[in-house]
Design a protein around this ligand. Structure first.
Ligand code: FES
Length: 239
């Protein structure tokens, strides 16, 4: 265990944990968009900036990547942090000016408008969906492609992905609702910022409702080594 101070409060933490993890464990709020406890941190949004003092040096670090250490002093809010977060928020707002989640967080951080040139994206390129697809679902159907201003979230070559199972985890986890899906009749539609895919839904043998993508159920069935009829019935009709 290590002992550190966050905003003047002494806290104990397990070695190897990041400042953001320890702050959350201690109910200390640090804004973040691209962090999720189930996947490897990526440090994309930079909103979780904090100020640390260690070895006599004071500097800004990204708290979702920076590990705690004995004697570390952390400030989660200061004029310097606020000014930097506002600048980051202005950049995000310029990239995604019509995204409601980003507008809302900008307001919370005291940013009403941006001085940067407006673009028109919904995706902020945090790659949380990419990490969840790869690390949690285990299929790697989407990734960030291209460089610079052309950087984008997409399936390989913007074509329908062979490996996507239609589970919708990418949509569930997106912090700014840039990905969505809907089930209409016997089909699930997933809409990414640059392309979309359709998946046939499985019909329940008992009630006749369409309830989950066939590809997703088949994937789970194989992973868990379940019998061929394991998902013939929907959860409501299962005994
Ligand atoms: S939460 Fe740390 S960089 Fe996004």
């Amino acid at each position: 265990m290590v002992t550190l101070k966050i905003d003047g409060r002494e806290v104990q933490a397990e070695e190897g944990k990041t400042i953001l993890e320890v702050a959350r464990e201690n109910n200390i709020y640090i804004p973040s968009l691209c962090y999720h406890e189930e996947v490897t941190p990526y440090g994309a949004c930079r909103l979780c900036l904090v100020e640390v003092t260690g070895n006599g040096r004071e500097r800004l670090v990204v708290s979702c990547l920076y590990e705690v250490a004995d004697g570390l002093k952390v400030k989660t809010n200061s004029e310097r942090i606020a000014a930097n977060r506002q600048m980051i928020m202005e950049l995000l707002l310029a990239r995604c000016p019509n995204n409601q989640a980003i507008q809302e967080l900008a307001r919370q951080l005291g940013v009403e408008k941006t001085s940067f040139k407006l673009d028109d994206n919904q995706c902020m390129l945090c790659a949380l969906c990419v990490r969840v697809c790869q690390e949690v679902v285990g299929v790697s159907a989407i990734s960030l492609v291209n460089r610079g201003v052309d950087r984008a979230l997409a399936t390989p070559f913007y074509e329908p992905s062979d490996v996507c199972i239609g589970c919708g985890s990418c949509a569930y986890v997106c912090p700014v609702d840039a990905i969505r899906f809907e089930d209409i009749g016997d089909t699930r539609y997933i809409y990414w910022p640059n392309n979309k895919m359709e998946f046939k839904l499985k019909k329940c043998k008992t009630c006749g409702n369409y309830w989950a993508p066939e590809k997703e159920l088949e994937y789970i069935r194989k992973q868990a080594n379940l019998p061929a009829d394991a998902f013939d019935n929907c959860p409501d009709c299962r005994e």
